[in-house]
Write a protein that binds this ligand. Structure first.
Ligand code: NAD
Ligand code: UDP
Length: 337
């Protein structure tokens, strides 16, 4: 299949391109490079022997998208392009609604014009808000606690309305839990700009000496060790979830929603200790106040994805931290090296 990958030079998109190529698909990457580097394409080529076609541009630019769809005969779209920093979204909500919501609507409009009717969208477990219980199933109530989360929820709702009016489309909403890890080659990984917001990139930068110590946001949650619990999933397992969705759903009209998680929760301190073991060094940390908007526990019930897609995460916590450490130690400054 020829698959348009928006945001394909980003963290999850680049790993998905590798898995697409491995399974005989042809990715076509578009990205405006606002949060990634073109060099990622070299790394994909190094790993797979194939360099994805690439066009630099913005999903909000209709003329650009028309050119892309005219140049390539696209079968399906996997849509990663988006902004993802929760804190920034609170400061600059319009930037997030413009990029994530308007950008997606523009993409769908141009897909419709090009008669491409199969879309996989990167959603997030953040759409469950503060869930009443865990593990979280796909039919749990949704809500948003910040503009980033609301942009994901708005897109989900727009796409469901759109599907109602266009029932021959296949639209798959994948709700990711906490993607971590890196490609086993150590050539690709997460490369956050500025201070990392997410736990594992921060821990990795402490381990490599770029930051002095980790702040642990709260140790008084109702969890076994008092720190927040999340469902960390290896980015290559996550990428494989897209492949499974593409194989099983791309030609089944409907709106399909899946959790992509492992079903296992780990605390902040468990992650720190696992990383210490992988990197064979200690990670200094201090307990800080809770971070505004954080919830105690969030982990998936992945049973529906397993039953329907035949997909399940296979990489364990040791592999996640070992692969993160290989990437971070080989590329202390990310793709800037
Ligand atoms: P990323 O920032 O590494 O990748 C996103 C890519 O999209 C970047 O390369 C960026 O340059 C590009 N992009 C952004 N806006 C664009 C635009 N208007 N036009 C063209 N390109 C644009 O992020 P990621 O971690 O790979 O996330 C991919 C998707 O998954 C995002 O939509 C994100 O919201 C979603 N998601 C990520 C996480 C996570 O923790 N990483 C969790 C849940 C959902
Ligand atoms: N966290 C932390 N210190 C950090 C970053 C995160 O203690 O520097 C905690 C955070 O409070 C949460 C967990 O690590 O309990 C995962 O946070 P992350 O931002 O990676 O994911 P999210 O909260 O969006 O699920």
């Amino acid at each position: 299949m020829k698959v348009l990958v928006t945001g394909g030079t980003g963290y999850i998109g680049s790993h998905t391109c590798i898995q697409l190529i491995k399974q005989g698909h042809t990715p076509v990457v578009i990205d405006n490079l606002c949060n990634s580097k073109e060099m990622v394409l070299d790394r994909i080529e190094q790993v797979t022997g194939a360099r994805p076609a690439f066009m630099q541009g913005d999903i909000r630019d209709s003329a650009f998208l028309k050119k892309v769809f005219a140049e390539y005969s696209i079968d399906s779209v996997i849509h990663f392009a988006g902004l993802k920093a929760v804190g920034e979204s609170v400061e600059k909500p319009l930037k997030y609604y413009d990029n994530n919501v308007s950008g997606t609507l523009n993409l769908v409009r141009e897909m419709q014009a090009a008669n491409v009717k199969s879309l996989i969208f990167s959603s997030s477990a953040t759409v469950y808000g503060d869930p009443a219980s865990v593990p979280i199933k796909e039919d749990f109530p949704t809500s948003a606690t910040n503009p980033y989360g609301r942009s994901k929820l708005m897109v989900e709702e727009c796409l469901q309305d759109f599907h109602h009016a266009n029932p021959d489309w296949s639209i798959t909403l994948l709700r990711y839990f906490n993607p971590v890890g890196a490609h086993e080659s150590g050539l690709l990984g997460e490369d956050p700009q500025g201070t990392p917001n997410n736990l594992l990139p921060f821990v990795a930068q402490v381990a490599v000496g770029r930051r002095e110590k980790l702040g642990v946001f709260g140790n008084d949650y109702p969890t076994p060790d008092g720190t927040g619990v999340r469902d960390y999933i290896h980015v290559v397992d996550l990428a494989d979830g897209h492949l499974a969705a593409l194989d099983k759903m791309a030609h089944q009209p409907g709106t399909h929603i899946f959790n992509l998680g492992t079903g296992q929760g780990n605390s902040v301190l468990e992650m720190v200790h696992a990383f210490e073991a992988a990197a064979k060094r200690s990670i200094p940390y201090e307990i800080k106040p809770r971070r505004a908007g954080d919830i105690a526990e969030c982990y998936a019930d992945p049973a529906y994805a397993k039953a329907t897609l035949g997909w399940t995460a296979t990489r364990d916590l040791q592999t996640m931290v070992k692969d993160t450490w290989r990437w971070q130690s080989k590329n202390p400054n990310g793709y800037w090296d």
